[in-house]
Design a protein around this ligand. Structure first.
Ligand SMILES: O=C(O)CCC(=O)N[C@@H](CCC(=O)O)C(=O)O
Ligand code: ZN
Length: 328
């Protein structure tokens, strides 16, 4: 049933049955593409965990990775030990194999959202599901891993974005992420209204956007480099303490500026396939925009992450980042 849930949700069918037993607990469908797993006996230290995939419809490796873990749970190779909310973010975009249908879902997770449309409606449904889930577990640590893949290659193929928020990230997260093969951490410098930011900002969750390689169609992903990440997800599902690695093995960055596309004529001054975290020396022209003019690197070298000249008007076209000391 758990593995069929992914397929049925993508086919737009309501999985049947909508609730039932799973090894160590039970499952229930909360909303289309939203599955709650409730352990019979949650481990004392277990977090209330949200794992989301497919917020962007063309980012398939996380769906395959999560599908493998759900299959192992269903087969009895894992035992549920933590309250878990599993989310398939944008089913219609996944069906089309596109990043989004009308607008980027991962910019809409704000309680003041007023826009109408399918993606705004989906954001409201996901925010409501997440609010209700965390409210059912008021005394547990909260965690949200929002799994993505990136459009371009990267000097660090596996990295996380730590959303900006008041609540500090618990230090064990750095050890878990290091053991899971994460190579770099990017600390956001301002509110970004992404799904992981929602959990951190409104619920104080330890929350990250995880970039797990490049976006490729279903069936073209090499999941081998993601095996340590799969082990982290499975430890969380079972309510076990995840393996700890050395955070010193990861490279830390913080965002310094954001390039925004203000006009149709916006263009980046470097090739489209420039890998994430490529560094540009002082004085390098980075972007030209009919409204904002030219952006150049100032006195400090800057590295570029998520460059994309074709974003919607008013949206982020790149993050400009600098190295930063490891936390703590
Ligand atoms: O590769 C790209 O340009 C985009 C990959 C992606 O979807 N990244 C997320 C990052 C979210 C964050 O800033 O936390 C996004 O753009 O939504
Ligand atoms: Zn994405």
């Amino acid at each position: 049933m758990l593995t069929e849930w992914l397929d049925h949700s993508l086919e737009g069918r309501t999985p049947s049955p909508a609730e039932g037993k799973a090894p160590g607990g039970r499952f229930r469908l909360v909303a289309p593409g939203v599955l709650e797993l409730v352990p019979d006996v949650p481990a004392t230290q277990a977090s209330a965990c949200v794992i989301s995939v497919g917020i962007h419809g063309n980012e398939t490796a996380p769906m395959e990775l999560l599908g493998e873990s759900l299959a192992r749970l269903e087969a009895g190779m894992l035992r549920l030990g933590a309250p878990l909310l599993v989310i398939l973010g944008n089913p219609e975009a996944i069906r089309r194999g596109e990043r989004y249908v009308d607008t980027n879902l991962n910019r809409l997770f704000c309680r003041d959202l007023e826009e109408a449309g399918d993606e705004p409606d989906r954001a409201r449904a996901l925010m409501a599901a997440l609010d209700a889930f965390y409210a059912r577990h008021p005394d547990r640590p909260r965690l949200h891993y929002d799994l993505h893949t990136a459009i371009r290659g990267s000097r660090y193929p596996r990295f996380v974005v730590e959303p900006f928020a008041e609540s500090p990230t618990p230090p064990e997260q750095w050890r878990w992420l290091a053991a899971a093969g994460i190579q770099a951490v990017l600390h956001q410098h301002r509110h970004s209204w992404t799904f992981s930011h929602y959990s951190k900002h409104y619920h104080g969750a330890a929350a990250f956007t995880l970039e797990l390689g490049r976006a490729l169609p279903f069936g073209h992903n090499d999941l081998a480099p993601l095996a340590p990440m799969g082990r982290l997800l499975e430890a969380l599902i079972e309510g076990r303490e995840p393996a700890a690695g050395d955070p010193g093995a990861m490279t830390f960055f913080r965002a310094e500026h954001e390039l925004v596309r203000h006009s149709e004529a916006f263009r980046l001054c470097f090739p489209d396939d420039t890998p994430n975290f490529s560094e540009f020396p002082p004085g390098t022209p980075l972007a030209e925009d009919a409204v904002a003019g030219e952006t150049r690197v100032g006195e400090t070298p800057l590295s570029v992450v998520f460059p994309n000249a074709k974003v919607e008007l008013g949206a982020r076209a790149a993050l400009l980042v600098v190295p930063s000391p490891p936390p703590g």
